[in-house]
Design a protein around this ligand. Sequence first.
Ligand code: UD1
Length: 424
Amino acid sequence: MERKRKYVIKGRKPLKGEIEVSGAKNASLPAICATLLSPGVYKLKRVPKVKDVFCMLKIMEHLGAVCEFEKDYLKIDTSKIKELSVPYELASQIRASILFLGALVGAYKSAEVPLPGGCAIGKRPVDFHIKGLSQLGAEINLEKGNLIVKTQKLKGTTIVLDFPSVTATENLMMAGVLAEGETIIKNSAKEPEVVFLGEMLKKMGAEIKGLGDDTIYIKGKKKLKPVNIEIIPDRIEAGTYLVLGALMEENEIVVKNINKEHLKTPILKLEEMGITLERVDKNAFKVKRGKTINPVKIITAPYPGFPTDLQPFFAVLLTQAEGISFITENIFENRFLYVFELKRMGADIEVKDRTAIINGPTSLIGSPIKATDLRAGAALVLAGLCAENTTDVYNVELIERGYENFVEKLSGVGAEIKVEEDED
Ligand code: UD1
């Protein structure tokens, strides 16, 4: 078994230098599944080497795919798929394993996928996925926690999502591209990762219209073909390092490989706070701030609204703002667990229903803290970096699910952060 580790951070060290953003985890996971839709060899560039990706690849290998990182790309060979059932031990580790449902049913008209695990940020049901696939003609039964899906053929129809769910849209797209006739997904998600998957499917030969809009139209094809693609930059990782740059007045951080188009709302919020981005090169921006940060109101919403995944970082940043800020979480009900940890560091935050009220500025003081989920964990590391004294962050395995070379990237700009074995 893997030894548990912790990060030991000495805070308040001014940070200076460049950090390069990796390819997006949440674009890589559906792209990996999409390689099942047409047997053959795929090359995916810029897939981040993070735990969630490795977990998806283990599932792919269990199904019969051959996956290898070579030079700067991930090679996946799906010519010899022999198994259509996803093992529980792996599915329970990652919520995105639900994406195998759409890919396997789309390609092989049969799948066995356990109800997924993943970060404990809310109830996270999969009813939209199940309902949509049934509407396409799949017969779905739940047996001993496994979704068992069979169908003779999938037949295109109009599906209206109750909420623009990211992975439900992705699953239905992957099923729709090989269904008979037209599949229309109304109230579809518009996230850049959804658009990216759509573009990959189009490159594979799918006919898709309406990407990035409320309604996606898919004309089913009999066959697709393997492709080579490059993963888009991770907008959440980019947001993480932009916040890092703004956390202390002395920080001088340049974030490279940013797609600013994907970060419009968070960048507008930064500007409202008095933080600006100065272009230093194509896709590279220096974070600039003055002595003080303005308080703001943030409401999370599906894209292009403020991303739920970035709210913990903004909460940490707003502990440094002059006055009262509000963050309302509208996507997941359990996304304020990190607040207890931040309060232990001296932050003045109260949570009322779905809103965190942050009274700043407070100087944070290092203390032992626990990552409560992937994004909150990374946000707490940032809190440690601007806190006085030493902060020990536990449960860091959660952070490593989604951040490539997190400790190395932070050390690269001068952060004092060490990885130690957690003896507790
Ligand atoms: C994806 C992202 C995750 C991000 C989230 C919101 C991936 C792998 N993960 O997660 O990092 O935080 O989008 O941007 O891309 N819901 C239902 N029934 C369903 C499906 C969803 O009620 O069948 C609800 C969820 O509980 C949640 C909301 O819909 O309240 C949105 O969730 P969804 O967009 O599906 O998130 P994920 O795709 O799981």
